[in-house]
Ligand binder design. Sequence first.
Ligand SMILES: [Mg+2]
Length: 267
Amino acid sequence: MKRLAEIRGFAFDLDGTIWEGPRLMDGAVDLVGELRSAGLGVVFASNSSRHGAGVLVRRLAELGIHSGPGEMLAALDLAGEEVRRRMGSVRVLAVGTDELVDVLHASGHEVVADGDWPRSDAVVVGIDPHFNYDRLRVAARAVSAGAVLFAVNMDRRFPVGPGLFDPGCASLAEAVAVAGGGRPIGIGKPELPLFRAAITRLGCEARFAAMVGDSTASDIAGGRAAGMFTIWLNANHEGPPPSEVDLQVRGLEELHQLWRQSRGARD
Ligand SMILES: [Mg+2]
């Protein structure tokens, strides 16, 4: 409770934490509103491989939570820079949305057409609504010929409603890896870049920043590795919590209650 009272900024995962498919999670509006009113930093850190921050800001606003461009972080937006950091500006085969292509262009990469796969130095995989056997073939051939395989995230699935999931980015990246050989390099959570960006935006030391998320494998493991206070949203009563969990709650309403209590205890 003492550590919760000391937190200066909160980073929230989106899928399964702030929203689930087309609806907000219970208590999201009130919690975010009160944290902001108390002068605390709030950012959203999503592993989204389909949309960048702009689309996510609009979608969140439609559901009733407004955020500035500096308060939304998406793994997709890191993809171009992560490839550049490791390889420089290269020729990339993009398996994903038009937004993924835009992000790669913005970082100075040449995006090659599927038919040009032998020229590619890297393959970057995000969720691709048009993924099919032909795309799998060219991506796998490129990787087999030596292109470096990246995945915007390595989430196996993401929640879209009570008890319902959609296949995640890793399910596509793994298909490419199985046929092409090699292992995908993950870009989003639990890798550190997204957490580091969140901490920078929150403007406090990592130990005074909380990571709130439903995934122990990405939000919690990565948040701990980044030095943050980790809050696991365990709505499905899974257990036991892994050792990286600092605080476990069943939902945002419980977190709101505990945060209020921690502040009361401090004041
Ligand atoms: Mg999630």
